[in-house]
Design a protein around this ligand. Structure first.
Ligand code: NDP
Ligand code: GUE
Length: 288
């Protein structure tokens, strides 16, 4: 075992470093009279969403970004929801907004995402920005995969030519992350619930990313010695603690670098949302 050679990522410290850098930009914008405006659309009262949104508001306040929650009833109709989005699109004072997921079943998630103005798309979830990402063009991108790429870069993990395996193909993590890794010249495999003999696939990975939503899903036998392992999972235990998708105690000693949960990818997600909000505000000022 090479346990003494394992780097454990400190996502909170890295997020703090990036936010200190971003602070300079926010201060400079404030001197021009510009305060970045972020809106978070929340539908209902999902307890996990409450925690994430609180983290986002706290971070924004610290930076001097004006972030406000647009709170909608869990029983809102599709038509009323679309009106809210149209208002946000038309409001010239709003730089960026996001619709927190999950959404209630009566809401058509694809229609909602497609209705967001791509120039205000804080999450990079709109079809237009997804298209830009898969074409390798610039634009707003989803925060969680952006945070993962920032971790890889700041910890100087080589990506070009490496074999990356992403477990999970969601719109918010797996798919955009695969595009980002591909754009950086990794050889990317997207694994999911229909993948046959998953451990054989994951053992090939130089960079293994788990975005599954199942505690302890990635076990030591699935990991190549010396691999980089990124754990995206946020799973709540019966005792109310959060745990990732990786069996950390067993897997960490085999890895060159691993992210913990909490304090791994999660804080980076919030940091990337802030960065993107500032970027979109800068673009608005540039167009004025
Ligand atoms: N740290 C952060 O900032 C964030 C954390 N998360 C966390 O990441 C995790 C994943 O979230 P999200 O991407 O939204 O998840 P989804 O539930 O949308 O997707 C899960 C993915 O895992 C795949 N999967 C499920 N079971 C298996 C299996 N047995 N073998 C292989 N693949 C499987 C599914 O495959 P299939 O498509 O075939 O069904 C699906 O693609 C969750 O724990 C979530 O809380 C999410 C967003 C941000
Ligand atoms: N439109 C949309 N965009 C999202 O980006 C989005 C979403 N919907 N729905 C849910 C997921 C999840 N997500 C997280 C944000 C912060 C932490 C976070 O701050 N985590 C901390 C604290 C964890 C805790 O204590 O719960 C940590 O991992 O250390 C985690 C997860 C964003 N998501």
């Amino acid at each position: 075992m090479v346990g003494n050679m394992t780097t454990i990522v400190d996502g909170r410290a890295l997020a703090n470093t990036l936010m200190a850098e971003l602070q300079k930009t926010v201060t400079a914008l404030a001197q021009q009279g510009v305060i970045p405006q972020l809106r978070i659309v929340q539908v209902g009262d999902d307890p996990a969403s409450n925690i994430y949104i609180r983290n986002k508001l706290r971070r924004a306040e610290k930076l001097g970004i004006d972030a406000q929650v647009v709170h909608l009833s869990a029983t809102i109709s599709q038509a009323d929801f679309m009106h809210v989005l149209a208002r946000l699109n038309a409001d010239p004072t709003v730089d960026a907004y996001m619709v927190q997921e999950p959404l209630p079943p009566q809401i058509d998630q694809s229609a909602v995402v497609a209705a967001i103005d791509p120039q205000k798309d804080a999450d990079g979830f709109t079809p237009v920005n997804f298209g830009h990402l898969w074409q390798g063009d610039p634009g707003p991108v989803p925060a969680t995969p952006a945070g993962i790429m920032a971790i890889l870069d700041r910890y100087e993990v080589p990506i070009q030519g490496k074999r990356a395996v992403v477990i999970g193909r969601s719109k918010i993590v797996g798919r955009p992350l695969a595009a980002m890794l591909l754009n950086r010249d990794a050889t990317v495999t997207m694994a999911h619930s229909k993948t046959v003999n998953l451990p054989a696939v994951t053992r090939e990975a130089d960079i293994l990313i788990a975005a599954v939503g199942v505690p302890h899903f990635v076990t030591a036998d699935m990991v190549k010695t010396g691999a980089v392992v990124i754990d995206v999972g946020i799973n709540r235990t019966a005792e109310g603690k959060v745990t990732g998708d990786v069996d950390f105690a067993a897997v960490a000693p085999k890895t060159a670098l691993i992210t913990p949960v909490p304090r791994g990818v999660g804080p980076m997600t919030v940091a990337m949302l802030m960065q993107q909000t500032v970027n979109l505000a800068k673009e608005r000022v540039g167009h004025e």
